[in-house]
Ligand binder design. Structure first.
Ligand code: NDP
Length: 384
C-alpha cells in the first residue's frame, strides 16, 4: 500500500476557473428548477406541520434524476463533455457553491421577512435576526409553485451523483480502465441516490421537511456539505492501488474476497437504512399497515415496536453509518481521509440521536421509557 498514490488534477482558483464554475453551477441549478416546473411528477400530500396544515407536493426527484442521466450520458458520448473538469475546478466550484448558499440565504431572508415570517425571542436562543438567517424565517418557502426545501435536495444529491461520475471519467481518461474498487464505489453511491429517489415520498415524514424552517443551515448543507463532503472518498478511489513504473501505470488489484465482503456489508447496511425509514414512514401514514408481513406491534398505537424499530431506537442511523463506511472502504487504507466522511456522520448522527431521544422523552413521556426497555440501544448494539 502506498500513500503517494496518484490524485486527480486540481487547478488553483483563478478568474477563469471561477467564471467556468459560476456558469456550470448556475446552469445546473436553473436547469433543475426548470425541470421541476415542466416535468410530470406524482403529487403527494405532506404530513401535518406544527400548525396542523398539510402541504401538497409535486415530487420531481426521480424524473430529474433520470433526465440528468440522459443529458449527461449524451453530453459525454456525443458532445465530448469532460465531467472530470469538475474535479480540476473543485476549489472554484466550492467557492461558487458557498456564494450560492449565501445568496440563497439572503433571498429566503428577504422574501420570508417581507411576508411577515420571523422568529420571535421565544422561538430560539439566538437573537431573532440571526435565527432568521441561520434557520430561516419560513417553514415552507415556495417559488412558482415549487417547494424550495424539497427542491434543494436535487442540486445537492444529483450534484453529488455528478461529482461521483466525474471520478469514473477521470480514472478512465488517466489509466484507460475502471478498477474494481471504482465500480464498487460507483455502484454503492448510485444505489444510495437511486433508493432515495425511488421513494422520495418518504422525505415528507422527516423532521427536516415537517418542522425545520429553511435558512442557511439547511441551504449550506444541501449546496456545499453534501456534494463536496460526501464525494470526498472518490478522490482516493481514483488512484487506489496505482503506481507509476518505468513501463507505465501498474495497479495492485483490490482483493476479490474483500470486494465480496464489502458488497455484502453495503447491501446489509443499505437495506437496514432504507427499510427502517420506510417502515416508520408507512406506520405514520397507516398505523395498521403490516410490517414484515405481520400486523404491527405498537405502544398505544403511537410508537412502532415491530420490524427494525423493535431492534434499535435509531436503527436507521446504524444502517446509514454502515453505508458511509462501505463508501470509504472502496478507497482502501492508504490514507485516512476517506474515513473523514463516516467519522463526521458518526458525530453528527449520534448528536442528532441524543437530541431526538430528549425530544421523544418529552413528547411521549412514560411510553418512551417503555420503548427504551424494549429497544435497548440507539445506534450501536450494547454500546450506544
Ligand atoms: P429520525 O429517524 O431521527 O426520526 C425521529 C422521529 O421519528 C422521532 O422524533 C419521532 O417523531 C419518530 N419516531 C422515533 N421512533 C419511533 C417509533 N419507534 N415509532 C414511531 N415513530 C418514531 O429522523 P428523520 O425521520 O427526520 O430522518 C430520516 C432519515 O434521514 C434518517 O435516516 C436520517 O439518518 C436521515 N438524515 C440524514 C442526514 C445526513 O446528514 N446524512 C441529516 C438528516 C437526516 P414523531 O414526533 O413523529 O413521533
Amino acid at each position: 500500500m502506498s500513500s503517494d498514490q496518484p490524485f486527480p488534477e486540481l487547478l488553483p482558483v483563478t478568474a477563469e476557473t471561477l467564471t467556468d464554475a459560476t456558469l456550470w453551477v448556475s446552469a445546473f441549478v436553473v436547469a433543475l428548477f426548470v425541470g421541476s416546473l415542466v416535468l410530470p411528477a406524482p403529487r403527494w400530500t405532506g404530513f401535518p406541520q406544527p400548525n396542523g396544515d398539510r402541504k401538497e407536493y409535486a415530487l420531481h426527484g426521480l424524473p430529474l434524476f433520470l433526465v440528468t442521466h440522459v443529458v449527461l450520458g449524451l453530453g459525454v458520448a456525443v458532445g465530448g463533455w469532460r465531467l472530470d473538469a469538475l474535479l480540476s475546478h473543485f476549489w472554484s466550484l466550492f467557492v461558487v457553491a458557498n456564494g450560492w448558499a449565501l445568496l440563497f440565504t439572503a433571498y429566503l431572508f428577504v422574501v420570508g421577512r417581507a411576508k411577515g415570517a420571523a422568529h420571535t425571542k421565544e422561538d430560539s436562543p439566538l437573537p431573532p435576526l440571526l435565527a432568521d438567517l441561520w434557520f430561516g424565517p419560513e417553514l415552507n418557502p415556495t417559488l412558482l409553485g415549487v417547494d424550495l426545501k424539497m427542491f434543494m435536495y436535487h442540486p445537492s444529491l444529483i450534484g453529488l451523483g455528478v461529482m461521483n461520475a466525474a471520478f469514473a471519467q477521470a480514472q478512465w481518461e488517466t489509466f484507460g480502465t475502471l478498477t474494481l474498487e471504482m465500480w464498487l464505489y460507483q455502484g454503492f453511491t448510485w444505489a444510495y441516490l437511486f433508493s432515495h429517489y425511488a421513494r422520495e415520498d418518504f422525505m415528507l415524514s422527516t423532521w427536516d421537511i415537517i418542522a425545520e424552517r429553511f435558512g442557511f443551515m439547511l441551504v449550506w448543507g444541501d449546496l456545499v456539505y453534501v456534494p463536496f463532503l460526501y464525494s470526498l472518498v472518490g478522490w482516493w478511489v481514483f488512484g487506489r492501488g496505482w503506481s507509476e513504473t518505468d513501463t507505465g501505470w501498474v495497479h495492485e488489484p483490490y482483493p476479490l474476497w474483500g470486494a465480496a465482503l464489502l458488497v455484502a456489508f453495503h447491501l446489509c447496511s443499505h437495506t437496514v437504512f432504507r427499510s427502517a425509514n420506510w417502515q416508520k414512514d408507512r406506520f405514520k401514514r397507516d398505523p395498521q399497515a403490516p410490517i414484515w408481513g405481520k400486523p404491527p406491534e405498537t405502544l398505544n398505537g403511537r410508537l412502532l415496536i415491530s420490524g427494525w424499530w423493535g431492534v434499535g431506537r435509531k436503527i436507521n442511523y446504524t444502517g446509514e453509518i454502515g453505508v458511509y463506511i462501505s463508501f470509504a472502504l472502496c478507497a482502501g487504507f492508504a490514507a485516512p481521509w476517506p474515513y473523514v466522511l463516516p467519522l463526521t456522520l458518526i458525530v453528527l448522527l449520534t448528536q442528532r440521536a441524543g437530541r431526538d431521544d430528549k425530544r421523544c422523552r418529552a413528547k411521549y413521556g412514560e411510553l418512551w421509557e417503555r420503548y427504551c426497555e424494549r429497544a435497548r440501544f440507539r445506534i450501536i448494539p450494547f454500546l450506544y
